[in-house]
Design a binder for this molecule. Structure first.
Ligand code: ZN
Length: 296
């Protein structure tokens, strides 16, 4: 069985207990990171996982609460990897290639840092203390832009891509369906308003991670409801797609008041009969039937 670990379950609003969107999937011999919002690299360390363990980063879209730790992840992975880890593979919508270039190119955001770390004698000393062998070369993450309908075969896993409805035309947002090397199907819905594209992508999935940005009924302004989802929207998508487990992510402070989640669960159950999980950072998501622990 593969492992699905929630690293960040929050939103752009900074919260101590919820990092920005980020999920870890370990399948076969590979470790994938889906989104890397603010604080997600720290969550990795809290989970006992090193950045050098990450093989590929999949970005659903380039809102900063989903990608701001990209630079940090790639830089510390390269720095600690001392030339002994493969380049980070990055999959995402356009313009992720441009973002990668502007971050890591010689004249990019981190160009002066990378020049110092690859050329200054003090950095050479530390690099050799870590076990690195000269010469030292800068990181060159390998970005691959994907779009609706694309399919990628990974190392034992398979990725299907669908475009969902978020903040186009300024930003494209994608959802990812991953069939793991162990045979589970997990859908990362990205940020989205209700859309048939996500329902179709989620058909019969074991797990659907779905945005739950607001409480339906409490917010009805079409400026928000046309680009984000509430709890009932997630329930309808999960029910229509026939998924087994719905994980509500991208949670706001609307759901933090005691008793509110319990009410929402009751409303969701009127629509979706499967298993429902309100997400927490560092929660391991059960990928099969959720069993009750033994009493003791
Ligand atoms: Zn977004």
């Amino acid at each position: 069985m593969s492992r699905l670990l929630l690293l960040g379950t929050g939103t752009p609003a900074p919260l101590v207990h919820r990092a920005g969107s980020s999920y870890l999937l370990q399948t076969g011999e590979q470790t994938l990171l889906i989104d890397c919002g603010p604080g997600s690299v720290r969550r990795l360390l809290e989970a006992g996982i090193q950045t050098t363990d990450i093989d590929a980063l999949l970005l659903t879209h380039l809102h900063y609460d989903h990608c701001v730790d990209y630079g940090y992840l790639a830089l510390t992975r390269w720095d600690q990897g001392i030339g002994q880890v493969d380049e980070l593979q990055v999959i995402g919508p356009a313009p992720v290639q441009h973002m990668t270039d502007r971050l890591f190119a010689t004249d990019g955001v981190y160009g002066p840092d990378l020049a110092a770390r690859t050329q200054h004698p003090g950095s050479h000393f530390i690099y050799e203390c870590r076990g690195g062998a000269m010469p030292r070369t800068p990181p060159t993450p390998v970005a691959r832009e994907v779009a609706h309908g694309d399919t990628i075969s990974g190392s034992g896993w398979r990725l299907d891509v669908a475009e969902v409805v978020h903040v186009q035309p300024q930003l494209t947002c994608l959802a990812y369906r991953i069939e793991t090397a162990e045979g589970e199907t997990i859908v990362f819905g990205g940020d989205t308003a209700p859309t048939a594209a996500l329902t179709d992508l989620s058909r019969d999935a074991d797990v659907l991670l779905h945005m739950c940005h607001f409480i339906n009924g409490a917010i009805e302004d079409p400026r928000l409801t046309s680009c984000c989802s509430g709890h009932l929207d997630a329930a309808h998508t999960a029910a229509d797609a026939g998924v087994k487990t719905l994980v509500l992510v991208h949670l706001t402070e609307m759901m933090e008041t005691p008793g509110v989640r319990e009410r929402l669960l009751g409303e969701i159950a009127q629509i979706f009969a499967g298993q429902v999980i309100f997400s927490e950072d560092l929660l391991d998501v059960p990928l099969g039937q959720i069993a009750t622990k033994q009493i003791r």
